[in-house]
Design a protein around this ligand. Structure first.
Ligand SMILES: [Zn+2]
Ligand SMILES: [Zn+2]
Length: 246
């Protein structure tokens, strides 16, 4: 159960308030014009670092030196990931980092429509259009119980018409949060933590994994690995944010 009745009631209350009060920027609090698609003022919007070339054609890493064109990064060359390509909307910085963390850890649901709006950029639409189904990165039921929702599932629901297979990949064991772990610890932490329960669902399909944040990619790599093992033809990854540079 992603939302309890209290959450819905709060959301309903919030939309009533929104109807009577001027809409305020979620990040700085200034009034936002009626015409704005979401509650983000132009100044805060200007602080967003949209992912741009040069980046890795595979994992989507943004090259810090900002020279040359798109190419495969050293890490993907040395150890090709089980997904074909991973793309993020913006760098994990400024308003985008705030939206991701305040939504996930403080349950500030007002950030959901903002992130869903960011996911409507052409690059994301292209990934979604190419996919047979969208698979949110799963949370362990214990964590869903604590948080009240799976942020990846809610983000995947940004695309009406797309098939969201909420249980294409499931978590088979509870893992410690990845925050604060080094890349090797992150890999070990998620190793064997996921499974595909119904291989027929993904067999021969192009699957788009959806998550909020790409850090070292260890979680989506492990999800992609089990999907490929279950017969998925191709796996791609879409996240709202990506950690800064290499
Ligand atoms: Zn603002
Ligand atoms: Zn790469």
């Amino acid at each position: 159960m992603p939302f309890g009745p209290t959450v819905w009631l709060k959301q309903f209350g919030a939309s009533l308030l929104e109807f009577f009060l001027p809409r305020l920027c979620l990040f700085c609090g200034v009034a936002v014009g009626e015409e704005a698609a979401v509650a983000v003022c132009p100044e805060c919007e200007a602080q967003i670092k949209w992912v741009a070339s040069p980046r890795c054609t595979c994992c989507g890493m943004v090259f810090a030196d900002r020279e040359g064109g798109d190419r495969v990064c050293g890490e993907c060359q040395a150890d090709p990931p089980p997904f074909a390509r991973a793309r993020a909307v913006a760098l994990y910085d400024g308003p985008v980092a705030q939206a991701v963390t305040r939504f996930k850890f403080s349950r500030q649901l007002a950030f959901l429509p903002v992130m869903q709006h960011w996911l409507k950029r052409p690059l994301c639409i292209e990934l979604v259009a190419d996919a047979d189904l969208l698979a949110p990165v799963p949370l362990h039921p214990k964590r869903i119980k604590n948080r009240g929702f799976n942020q990846s599932l809610l983000l995947a629901q940004a695309f009406p018409g797309a098939t969201v297979a909420r249980e294409a990949v499931v978590r088979t064991r509870h893992t410690a949060p990845q925050v604060g772990l080094n890349p090797k610890e992150r890999r070990d932490n998620v190793k064997g933590a996921f499974a595909v329960t119904d291989p027929a669902l993904v067999k021969g399909k192009q699957v788009l994994l959806v998550d909020d944040l790409y850090t070292t990619g260890s979680t989506v790599k492990e999800c992609a690995r089990v999907l490929r093992k279950a017969g998925a033809r191709r796996v791609e990854v879409l996240t709202v944010a990506r950690v800064k540079y290499d």
